[in-house]
Design a protein around this ligand. Structure first.
Ligand SMILES: [Zn+2]
Length: 87
């Protein structure tokens, strides 16, 4: 089951489609924290237990944030801080 991912554009306040390779196993919820998923940003494999919640990527309905790796989480946080500085 492929999840549709959309990316929140904070400057334009709208979502944009965020395509990813079909072999990636992306996700936003799992009861099995040992299951391996791909980071929805960079594709890095990691167990759900180590994943962070994205501030930029959401599922098709926009209700759930995608799981991402710690590195991308840090990058998202930096981007957000930069944006706040500009205001
Ligand atoms: Zn990543």
């Amino acid at each position: 089951m492929a999840i549709k991912i959309q990316k929140w554009d904070p400057d334009r306040h709208c979502y944009e489609p965020h395509p990813y390779p079909s072999e990636w196993n992306v996700g936003f919820f799992s009861t099995d924290l040992d299951e391996f998923i791909n980071c929805a940003q960079c594709g890095k494999k990691l167990p759900y237990g180590d994943a962070f919640t994205s501030r930029e990527l959401y599922n098709g309905s926009g209700m759930f944030a995608m799981a991402i790796c710690p590195k991308c989480h840090e990058a998202e946080w930096k981007r957000e801080k930069e944006r706040r500085k500009k205001r």
